[in-house]
Design a protein around this ligand. Structure first.
Ligand SMILES: [Zn+2]
Length: 269
């Protein structure tokens, strides 16, 4: 039973954070000693969790970025006040914020051009080309990155921010009547994962926040004008609604992916 539990934890941590499973294995000898010394289940669990988090965070901050350099990847900035910022610190804590240096350069150029901070979501893991960052199968080489659209609180329309969704995804700009409706088409074709993140975000957030079309369009056009950028994904109805039909780099990602009316996906050559 214990072996099955340990294999499950290893797999889960590896899928979520790449390095977490390996760090869990490193911690096992200490867990073993804690098991021997502590009789109370809660104390044992608490001590093990605390020890794992200390080791995981220390290695993630101090060791992983250096080794990632050997794989040609750099961590995106972690600060919430810089030009390039995480929409949620969890992205960084889970080591899902690694990119090729060229992609970071693209972001810095775009941010300087539009004079706005850029809020990022999932990028890639630090190591190994081909290791997917689920649920994004293509985020496996440091060349792909998701960014939030720009939003504002309806009470303070001038102040821009990243996605109000707790996970950065799922706050969707729905197709309107008469627009191309890929979420509906994909569901009809049996691709039920297409809108899977949407129900996880309270619909009531739409009463408080709205997308800022002008700033988001500027971000997308600026990214598309960068020679290093090869492709951008947003939902077809937004490409039409935001008058971006002339931007050839914006493509449809296909029904096998998830919907892109809550974020923009950008990738480099
Ligand atoms: Zn993506």
């Amino acid at each position: 039973m214990k072996t099955i539990w340990r294999i499950s934890v290893f797999l889960l941590l590896t899928l979520l954070t790449q390095v977490g499973g390996f760090i869990y294995l490193l911690c096992l000898p200490v867990f073993h000693r804690i098991d021997k010394k502590q009789r109370n289940n809660y104390t044992r669990g608490g001590l093990k969790l605390a020890f794992f988090l200390i080791v995981y965070i220390s290695l993630s901050l101090l060791v992983v970025p250096t080794i990632a350099g050997l794989f040609g990847r750099v961590p995106l900035p972690v600060s919430s006040s810089g030009n390039i910022r995480p929409n949620s610190l969890m992205t960084c804590l889970m080591n899902r914020h690694y990119v090729r240096k060229e992609l970071l350069n693209v972001l810095n150029r775009a941010s300087a051009e539009i004079k706005l901070p850029i809020y990022y979501l999932d990028a890639s893991f630090p190591f190994i080309n081909g290791f997917p960052l689920l649920p994004h199968w293509s985020h496996n080489d440091g060349k792909k990155l998701d960014l939030t659209y720009y939003y504002s609180d309806k009470m303070h329309p001038g102040e821009l921010q990243g996605s109000p969704s707790w996970m950065g995804y799922g706050f969707c700009e729905e197709p309107k009547p008469g627009e191309e409706d890929m979420p509906c088409d994909c569901a009809r074709k049996g691709f039920h994962q297409y809108s899977m993140l949407r129900p996880l975000v309270p619909a009531s957030l739409h009463e408080k926040y709205e997308v800022n079309t002008a700033a988001t369009e500027r971000l997308i056009r600026t990214l598309a004008s960068d020679p290093s950028v090869s492709m951008i994904f947003i939902e077809p109805h937004l490409k039409q609604r935001w008058k971006l039909s002339d931007v050839n780099k914006i493509k449809f990602h296909g029904c096998h992916a998830v919907r892109h009316d809550d974020h923009v996906h950008v990738q480099i050559r």
